[in-house]
Write a protein that binds this ligand. Sequence first.
Ligand SMILES: [Cu+2]
Length: 166
Amino acid sequence: MKALYAAPLLAPILALALAACSPAKAPVPPTYDVAGVKVAGPYSRPAAQGGNGAGFFSLTNGNTGPDILFSVESPIADHVEIHESSVEGGMMKMQHLERGVPLRAGETVEFKPGGKHLMFIGLKQALKPGDKIPATFVLEHAGRVPVELTVQGGAPKGAGMDHSAH
Ligand SMILES: [Cu+2]
């Protein structure tokens, strides 16, 4: 009886071994879902201590009423601002959205390079690939939504994403 049972067991063990040998993929940041608000794929970029870091994600208001992302808090920076980059007359401008970002019921707002983003002002630590940045999103109705942004490697591509001038 022993031999009969051994054979079916080998297949799953082999599959596990093969999976462990497949090439490592970059970790995909998770989706956070708190009080009907979804924060999908939050990530950041490498940055130096004392400088500024950026944050990107997609934010969905899954509730039946409007909401507002008022602010974001994080222990790793002096403070966090919500910014929006745009091109005006061929110049990249960055605006501080001091009133936050309104979200209609069911609306998804993308925070991405060249558009809306978080700015971690005055980093208390360097951001290295693989680091997790704790942050709390503060919304008018959903309340406090804790997330972690994953620092992904590689320099940001494209004009206007150099935040060192802040
Ligand atoms: Cu900015």
